[in-house]
Every structure is written in C-alpha cells, then in structure tokens.
Design a protein around this ligand. Structure first.
Ligand code: EPU
Length: 419
C-alpha cells in the first residue's frame, strides 16, 4: 500500500486530535495490573493499539469495544504470562507487559521488542530496575524471562536511571505499583504520558507521587480496582498537523489538544513565522508568510520532542535560509533526509546533526517511510510539494496515526491510499 498525494494545496478547516499513542503504549498493558473491569476513553484507533489488544486477549483478558475510541477491558481472568513471539516482536511497547505481568503475577516472558529502527534501542535500564526489585531476569532465544521466587512479590527499591528514559520510567512504575514496599525512581523522565500513566494507576487505587518531576515515588498496594480513565490527546499527532499547515500553508483549528503540552512545538513554529492561537482545548494554526529558518535540538520533555524532529525538518526545507537540527536522543534518526532530497531538499547530515538549506519549493517524487515519524515527514513534504508524491512502506505510518488520509482530506488535501 502507498499514499498518493497531489501537493501544493493549503489546508483549511478543523481536525480532531486522537488519544496519545505513547500514553496508550503503557496504560493499556497497565490494565493487566487491574483485578477488575476498566473503561478507557480517547483510545486511538491505530495498528499499535489493535496489536496491544490482540496480545491482551492471548493473555486471557476480555476486551470489548464500546465505541471507536472507548474500550472496556477485564483482566480478572489472565491465565497466560507469556506474550506470543509473533505479536510481541512487532512493536516496541510490548516490553510494558514485562512490568505489568511481573508486577501482578511475579512472572513474565516477553519477546525482545521491535518498533521503529532509530539505531540501537537497548532495554538494560528496564532490566536493571526489575533486578533491583528482586526479579531474576534472563534474556534467551529472543525473549526476556523475568520472575520472582514462587509466592513472593517484587520488592520496593531505589532505582537511579543512567539516562533519562521514558520507557524504563513507565515500565518500573507499572512493576512497582503492586510491589511490596516503596520504590523510588531517580532521574525519571517527565513526559506528559508519564503523568498520564501515574494518573491512571492512581485512579485505579495505586499510589504514585511525583510524576512529572525527576523523582517518582511509588508506594506498592495489594491490588488495583476497576474504573474509568481517559487518555490525554496525542501531542505528536497535533504537532504533525501543525507542521503540515506550516509547510503547506492555510489555517487549521486543532481540537482535543492540551496546548501546554505543545508549548515547545508552538514556540518553534512561531519563530518560523507561523501564528498559533491557543484556547482551552484547541489551537488555531496559521502560516503567516514565508518561513524563517530555525535551529532545533531534541531533548527529553520539556525540551523539543525527538518524535517531532523529522516533521519539522520537512518544514525547514522550505524556509528562507539555513537551519540546523541536532538529535540528542536517537543515534540514527536522519534516514529520512535522503528521501527528502529526492524531492529537491538540500540537507547535509553529519552524525547527529543535519544542516538544512532552505529551497523555494519541493517537487513530488516516489519516497519511502523509513519509520513512523519519518513517514509523517514525507507526507508533510508531499502536501507542500508541486506535483505528485507517492509514499511507500506506509504500514509504519498506520501504526501511529488514526485516519490520517480522512483527516487530511477533511482539510482539503488531495491524498489517497492505493495498492
Ligand atoms: N535507553 C537505553 N537503555 C534503556 C532505555 C533507553 O540506553 O534501557 C536509551 C535509548 O537508546 C535512547 C534513550 O535512552 O537513546 C531514550 O530512550 P527512551 O527509553 O526514552 O525511549 P523509548 O521508551 O524506547 C519512547 C517512544 C519513542 C520516543 C522516545 C523518546 C514509545 C513506544 N516510544 O521510546 O517514540 O522517541 O520515547 O521520547 O512510547 C515514536 O513515537 O515515533 C517513537 C519512536
């Protein structure tokens, strides 16, 4: 399958942002901790979420769809503590089943995670944390096996991460929620979805304090009860539409957003001559005139999100002047640059830095989505480019963006999916 885009058309209208993929990534596996029925709202309808529910069903959970974005999950009858290889290896977030299965049942087997290829993606900090809590961890035959002695629970521990890691922070929060005693996570990540995970766990009877700071304290409880929880909106999906308006021009209102989560993206776009007007749960994005260049350095939250770096590069290709992007999180996140160059962009990559010399226009070409956000960058470039752009390998994009073609077509874009 591919996306075919006839570009050079400004975008106008309203678009509703879906629930946050990366919050769903840990909160849905977190449902395994709950001995009861939970109703989760604002769930994004994307491939990664469908895969997560498939895994949960295999483990013995009952999943019932109430509406497109509302799901009911009952984890009382979990009977299998091993994530099937053929499902788990397909996405990164499968490693969160380690924290939740180990936390509730003291035992878990999960395939080493897959996901976007952004360079090496070790999970040593996750495993080090489980071991500090008393688990025996073994990596064998493509699986991680973790267990505590029969009849016992994980034990609270002080864990200091060697680097700021979103995934390990969330995985240890999951594991510590039902542990015996207090767990303290130092040098914790502060992303909005970490605060969201803490709010979910607390809503179900957990005791997590300090999420959103670099010190999180989790007092283990005996069990979690059912309840209702609504996921936060997807700041990266929102940022992607903001970048699309910046590149293609026009005026778009994004609804179902938390503007404060977008501060970093908004201020960078303002620097580039894009007007952003915020209200309580929506923002208006309007491209004012020609784009100004800008420098971006990706950082853990509240810094500029690495997951918006490729999309911003597409915008900067069209700025009047030279911009520089420094990628501080992932070792190999510029593979999309050569694809943009096929469309007439002028980008030089040197290690973790890219220098972008703005060009007056991009032209349509056949390009490939190297990963999820790289794919979003191709679409943004295609929307702004003259002529027709075909984007291949779109399974990466379908993993993380709900109804992308429908949402963009609703804004007047000429985009369709083809065989
Ligand atoms: N790291 C280690 N060891 C670990 C864990 C991380 O060395 O045990 C390193 C990584 O190699 C990386 C840095 O620490 O250099 C940060 O990694 P982090 O753990 O924060 O990333 P992640 O949890 O694997 C999530 C998102 C990514 C997003 C990053 C950073 C999910 C499923 N993935 O990955 O999202 O880029 O946080 O914000 O939530 C995307 O959505 O396109 C995406 C790739």
């Amino acid at each position: 399958m591919k996306y075919v885009i006839r570009g050079n058309k400004p975008l106008y209208g309203d678009v509703k942002i879906s629930g946050f993929k990366n919050a769903a990534a840990s909160i849905l596996p977190g449902l395994i901790l709950v001995n009861g029925v939970c109703r989760i709202e604002n769930v994004p309808d994307i491939d990664d979420v469908r895969l997560t529910f498939q895994i949960m069903k295999k483990l013995g959970a009952k999943i019932r769809s109430i509406a497109t974005d509302i799901v009911e999950a009952d984890s009382t009858g979990i009977s299998c503590l091993s994530v099937p290889y053929e499902l788990g290896c397909l996405m990164r977030a499968s490693h969160f089943f380690l924290g939740s299965l180990l936390g509730r049942f003291g035992q878990a087997a999960v395939p080493l995670p897959g996901g976007c290829d952004l360079g090496t993606r070790p999970i040593d900090q996750h495993l080090k944390g489980f071991e500090a809590m008393g688990a025996k961890v073994q990596v064998k035959d493509g699986f991680v096996y973790a267990s505590v002695p029969h009849g016992s629970r994980l034990k609270g521990a002080n864990i200091r991460f060697d680097m700021v890691t979103v995934g390990a922070t969330m995985n240890l929060m999951l594991a510590a929620t039902l542990a015996d005693g207090i767990t303290v996570l130092e040098n914790a990540a502060k992303e909005p979805h970490i605060v969201d995970l803490a709010a979910f766990l607390n809503a179900m009877g957990g005791d997590v304090q300090g999420a959103g700071t670099n010190l999180i304290k989790i007092r283990g409880v005996r069990s979690l009860h059912g309840g209702t929880y609504s996921l936060i909106p997807d700041q990266i999906e929102a940022g992607t539409y903001m970048a699309a308006v910046a590149a293609a021009g026009g005026e778009v209102r994004l609804t179902n957003v938390i503007p404060r989560h977008l501060d970093c993206i908004s201020s960078k776009l303002r620097e580039m001559n894009v007007e952003i007007l915020e209200s309580e749960s929506s923002i208006l994005v309007r491209r004012l005139g020609s784009l100004r260049p800008a420098d971006i350095v990706t950082m853990p939250y509240p810094g500029f999100p690495t997951d918006m770096q490729p999309q911003m590069a597409s915008v900067l290709c069209l700025a009047e002047g030279t911009s520089q992007i420094t990628e501080a999180i992932w070792e190999d996140r510029f593979r999309y640059a050569k694809e943009l160059c096929r469309m007439g962009a002028r980008i030089t990559v040197n290690g973790r830095q890219a220098v972008i010399h703005g060009v007056p226009k991009l032209t349509g070409a056949n390009v490939t989505a190297c990963d999820l956000r790289a794919g979003a960058a191709m679409i943004i470039a295609g929307l702004a480019a003259e002529g027709i752009t075909e984007v291949g390998e779109i399974h990466y994009i379908e993993r993380g963006y709900q109804n992308l073609t429908e949402k963009l077509a609703g804004l007047g874009a000429d985009i369709r999916m083809e065989q």
